[in-house]
Design a protein around this ligand. Structure first.
Ligand SMILES: Cc1cc2nc3c(=O)[nH]c(=O)nc-3n(C[C@H](O)[C@H](O)[C@H](O)COP(=O)(O)OP(=O)(O)OC[C@H]3O[C@@H](n4cnc5c(N)ncnc54)[C@H](O)[C@@H]3O)c2cc1C
Length: 426
């Protein structure tokens, strides 16, 4: 690869803003991302509607491309074999990247909570289904229940509606009372208020039931219905798909592998977005779940700081503080009610890679004990799904992070071995 001053991991809103800022300030910048295109989760390219451009996405990606930073898509960082070196897996072979300054912008993923039937075909993560639809998965005419918690539910429901799905209902586990202060505070953020109003307009008369949650999903080979409750009564609705997620959890594995300190499960950063490790910065959701505006402003600050631009503009610092306050209100409004942590029955699978049930886990004392005795978290997702579930259910903290961070195809090792055996390598 070409020499770089700043290497950015993640081409979502935070990573793009970081790379743009660093590049505009004279650094040679490269951005690596495991997706085939820039955009991250919210701005994931929609192959079915390539001309339907979100103006904020368009502006951010255009600014990135004109900044001179290089995008290296389709590359997943799997290891940090030595200080200042990262190992990426790209299409069945390995690549090594050296960095002087590193910006981690690895985003977040959905939190799943197990309940009877959650592993049935037809039950998706809410954001996961949205991503599939952007990739061409057809939902026109499908009856979909959207459930769980967080503002993502509305965004996903509106998106699915635009693709012709019939949204049976949206069920939000937080109560109206719990969400009221958050909703009222949106009056101070006209942009976010308008976004929410836009979703409501798209959804028309679709019911949005607060203080409700799914307790089971039924079906044989595929989903047929979902049983919902508001704590006082339960009812069952027929549907083809269930899109269900309980807010987001940060992707901190790479930061942990690099030795960055976490604080309350998030990467700890200072006012410059600098982590506890020299020359490593972090921006966006790994530092706190606060939405796209927070990700962008943190990214810009991290990029400027990595480019040694001091002092940082006061308007950016003020914007970051406002967005951080929004994030705190968001977390508080959509905090999990105790009932959703008790949905799993004895037979409910918690670790779906290794088929580990709730009853097998409940006698274990911590994450390591569970891994050793049940193989929980040792399948291909490497604990990304069951880890946050067991943290919510049992309060277990994952103890360590080990490379490779993601499963690696055997082809990459074969490719490596054959390049070592090639005559030029001897
Ligand atoms: C599934 C999902 C769907 C969402 N949909 C919406 C929505 O519709 N509307 C909305 O307002 N908000 C949505 N959000 C929330 C939104 O993503 C955040 O608010 C914000 O935009 C996050 O920006 P970011 O740059 O921090 O992270 P992201 O946008 O998540 O970008 C992080 C990028 O880093 C990449 N990455 C992570 N680890 C590695 C690695 N080891 N190697 C290489 N690449 C890596 C990821 O693949 C990703 O492309 C969604 C979140 C999720 C998880």
């Amino acid at each position: 690869m070409k020499p770089t001053d700043v290497l950015v991991i993640g081409a979502g809103p935070a990573g793009l803003a970081a790379a743009t800022a660093a590049s505009r300030n004279g650094c040679r910048v490269a951005v690596l991302d495991d997706n085939p295109a820039a955009g991250g989760q919210i701005w994931r390219a929609d192959i079915t509607r390539p001309h339907h451009e979100d103006p904020t996405r368009g502006a951010a990606i255009a600014a990135f491309h004109t900044s001179g930073a290089a995008l290296l898509p389709g590359r997943r960082i799997v290891d940090a074999p030595s200080p200042s070196t990262l190992l990426a897996e790209a299409g069945g072979h390995f690549e090594t990247y050296r960095w002087d300054r590193l910006i981690l912008a690895t985003g977040a993923r959905e939190r799943f909570l197990p309940f009877p039937g959650w592993t049935l075909p037809g039950v998706f993560g809410a954001g996961g289904l949205q991503a599939l639809v952007k990739g061409g998965y057809p939902v026109a005419g499908k009856r979909i229940v959207v459930a769980g918690t967080g503002p993502l539910l509305l965004a996903v429901a509106a998106h699915l509606r635009q693709y012709g799905a019939s949204i049976v209902t949206i069920v939000e586990q937080a109560s109206t009372l719990q969400m009221l202060p958050f909703a009222a505070s949106l009056l101070r953020s006209p942009g976010k208020l308008l976004q929410g109003a836009g979703y409501r307009k798209t959804l028309g008369m679709t019911p949005y039931q607060t203080g409700c949650w799914p307790i089971s999903a039924q079906g044989d080979e595929t989903l047929r219905s979902v049983t919902l409750t508001n704590g006082r009564r339960t009812w069952t609705v027929e549907c083809d798909l269930l899109a269900c997620g309980f807010h987001l959890v940060p992707n901190t594995e790479l930061a942990q592998l690099l030795g960055c300190t976490l604080q309350s499960s998030f990467v700890q950063v200072n006012s410059q977005q600098h982590t506890s490790v020299a020359n490593i910065y972090c921006a966006g959701e790994p530092t706190g779940i606060a939405g796209v505006d927070a990700a962008q402003v943190q990214g810009e600050i991290a990029g400027l700081a990595a480019a040694d631009c001091n002092p940082l503009p006061a308007r950016l610092l003020a914007r970051r503080a406002r967005e951080a306050a929004f994030g705190r209100r968001l977390t508080h409004a959509f905090r999990l009610r105790p009932e959703v942590l008790k949905l799993a029955s004895q037979e409910t699978i918690v670790c779906r890679c290794e088929d580990v049930t709730f009853s097998q886990l409940k006698t274990r004392s911590n994450w390591t004990d569970a891994k050793l005795h049940t193989r929980c978290g040792m399948g291909p997702c490497q604990g990304r799904i069951c880890g946050s579930a067991t943290e919510a259910l049992f309060g277990w903290q994952p103890t360590s992070v080990r490379a490779p961070l993601f499963p690696i195809p055997v082809a990459a090792f074969c490719d490596e071995i054959s390049s070592l055996n090639a005559p030029s390598a001897r």
